[in-house]
Design a binder for this molecule. Structure first.
Ligand SMILES: *[C@@H]1O[C@H](CO)[C@@H](O)[C@H](O)[C@H]1NC(C)=O
Ligand SMILES: *[C@@H]1O[C@H](CO)[C@@H](O)[C@H](O)[C@H]1NC(C)=O
Ligand SMILES: *[C@@H]1O[C@H](CO)[C@@H](O)[C@H](O)[C@H]1NC(C)=O
Ligand SMILES: *[C@@H]1O[C@H](CO)[C@@H](O)[C@H](O)[C@H]1NC(C)=O
Ligand SMILES: *[C@@H]1O[C@H](CO)[C@@H](O)[C@H](O)[C@H]1NC(C)=O
Ligand SMILES: *[C@@H]1O[C@H](CO)[C@@H](O)[C@H](O)[C@H]1NC(C)=O
Length: 490
């Protein structure tokens, strides 16, 4: 009997599904600081929707169950509250069970939601998009803005019948998003499908505990939907590098859809499974958008949790007599030691954090310098969050003053490395970046022990001692790594 029941249940659910993300080459408005009419705003939004339509239709034809499109993809950025207003629609709570394609005027004039809903319905695909919501308020609410409305940076999801099934108001607004309000409390937005449970958040949210961690730890989602307008910052915050690490560190599928706008360093989209990136796109050379598709497990297996403190504490500190020095990575002052030999073991500490590295290069090149670095402190630029980072990185030149500067290529091949740190968090994100801004290849999952470089990111704003983490590595694209040390991750 039990067997029969489970067969019936399984009949309607899928073990795998096909995900799509679209990197959209945006058409920006000509003017964002002077007001335009609603009609002009719609002309611009429809130009972007025309391109999203091509991507959605193509994804559906190739069998995709769901497609994610980027943050700000329909009207861009750089607005004031007033100049954004013509682009906004009232987006109702999904509990109203609304299919805008069938009933477009139920909640006022909503042509953008209508078009997205019809694209989802006519192509039988879940469509994830980012648009602007407006909600009137008045003096009965002491936080009501002077212009009498809240404006929200909002993700919406329409299911394959065109019904609005999710609405998420971005919590952690980035610098320059003064046109938007943040919700009073972080919104934890999930929905169930026959191919797993989904959660959603937006861009800068990834650096903060809420709602990102709650979706995974408390609401047990399988897949995160991540519309973003991400400006790449090397060495640790390039989109593909950080987003793939988040999938691995949190043990979820992660669908990241970025704007394509190379002059603002916006590129880097991908479909990431917990074990490895499935497909990614990074393109600073062309002006073209890009559709990516990949199959994913509906319920990806959970990785085993690592106790970093107990692992790293078991390693004896080794200094090899090298001089420590200071250097800056993205406004944070790291403590570094230089790797002087072709193989070696090093430890570098800062405050409570000690980072251990064992490595073996195939040759010690005289034209490239690598360092091991540690940072333990509060990051205060573009946002406040607590970080613990261990990193192995290539300096820009052989001058040690350039360690931490942005680097895009490397020629040194590492035969092996193992990095660990005494992190105070379970949220450790392994970033590995290869020459020419590539991610480690598919077999990386089996060889992970030999790769680990670590950044740890704490966010003391909501829950002290809850954290995000990351790792980074620069080696040659054809680096062949072999596992040497046992590692608690697998
Ligand atoms: C911006 O202005 C140019 C020149 O007037 C025009 O050709 C173009 O269509 C405008 N673009 C948008 C998005 O309105
Ligand atoms: C915003 O607009 C200003 C003035 O038009 C321009 O100088 C700036 O580069 C724009 N910023 C972005 C991010 O596009
Ligand atoms: C405005 O305030 C009144 C009470 O003073 C309230 O009934 C009404 O719902 C409020 N409107 C909005 C849009 O919040
Ligand atoms: C999804 O399904 C689970 C049970 O399988 C349930 O606990 C949860 O409330 C559902 N979530 C939504 C948003 O319906
Ligand atoms: C990790 O290990 C340390 C030292 O062995 C122990 O004190 C700590 O409680 C462990 N942490 C977790 C989350 O298990
Ligand atoms: C580094 O440490 C490992 C493990 O403790 C040891 O086998 C190896 O010989 C050490 N390498 C060097 C160059 O000291």
């Amino acid at each position: 009997m039990a067997v029969l029941v489970s067969c019936v249940l399984n009949a309607s659910s899928l073990d795998t599904f096909i995900a799509a993300v679209y990197e959209h080459a945006i058409t920006l408005p000509n003017a964002t600081l002077t007001p335009v009419s609603r009609e002009e705003a719609l002309v611009l939004m429809n130009r972007n929707l025309d391109l999203l339509e091509v991507a959605i239709t193509s994804a559906a034809k190739q069998g995709a169950h769901i497609i994610v499109t980027p943050e700000d993809a329909i009207y861009g950025w750089n607005f004031t509250r007033e100049t954004l207003y013509p682009y906004l629609e009232d987006i109702p709570d999904p509990q109203v069970n609304w299919i805008p394609c069938n009933d477009p005027n139920r909640f006022g004039h909503a042509p953008v939601q209508e078009r997205l809903s019809c694209l989802a319905k006519s192509n039988s695909i879940y469509v994830v998009a980012n648009i602007g919501d407006k909600k009137p308020c008045n003096t009965s609410d002491s936080e009501c803005p002077h212009d009498g409305r809240y404006q929200y940076n909002t993700d919406v999801v329409f299911d394959s019948q065109g019904q609005l099934v999710a609405r998420y108001h971005k919590q952690n607004l980035f610098m320059g998003e003064e046109q938007f309000n943040k919700p009073k409390e972080p919104e934890v937005v999930t929905f169930n499908t026959s191919f797993g449970r989904f959660g959603i958040f937006t861009c800068f949210d990834i650096l903060f505990h809420d709602p990102a961690v709650a979706l995974v730890k408390d609401f047990l989602v399988d897949t995160i939907l991540f519309p973003t307008a991400w400006m790449n910052v090397l060495p640790h915050l390039s989109a593909i590098e950080f987003h793939s690490a988040w999938a691995m560190g949190m043990g979820v599928n992660f669908l990241a859809s970025n704007i394509h706008y190379p002059s603002k360093k916006m590129t880097g989209s991908g479909i990431y499974a917990p074990g490895s990136p499935r497909v990614f796109h990074y393109d600073m050379k062309t002006e073209e958008g890009k559709l990516l598709l990949s199959q994913l497990d509906s319920h990806p297996p959970q990785p085993t949790a690592v106790n970093w403190t107990s692992y790293a504490s078991s390693i004896d500190a080794v200094t090899m007599g090298n001089q420590e020095f200071k250097g800056i990575i993205f406004f944070d002052e790291f403590t570094f030691v230089k790797l002087t030999e072709v193989t070696g073991n090093y430890t570098v500490c800062q405050k409570d954090l000690c980072c251990h590295l064992s490595y073996e290069m195939s040759e010690k090149r005289s034209d490239e310098v690598y360092v091991l670095g540690a940072f333990d402190g509060l990051h205060t630029v573009e946002g406040h969050y607590y970080l613990q980072i261990c990193t192995l990185l290539k300096c820009k030149t052989t001058d040690l003053n350039t360690c931490g500067d942005s680097v895009e290529t490397a020629s040194t091949r590492f035969e092996m490395f193992s990095l660990s740190g005494t992190f105070r968090t379970q949220y450790v994100f392994p970033e590995v970046l290869l020459s020419e801004i590539q991610l480690a290849p598919g077999e990386f999952q089996h060889y992970f022990p030999a790769f680990c470089l670590i950044n740890v990111v704490f966010n003391p704003m909501y829950l002290p001692l809850q954290a995000n983490t990351a790792y980074s590595f620069k080696g040659k694209a054809n680096t062949r790594l072999k596992p040497l040390l046992p590692f608690p991750w697998i």
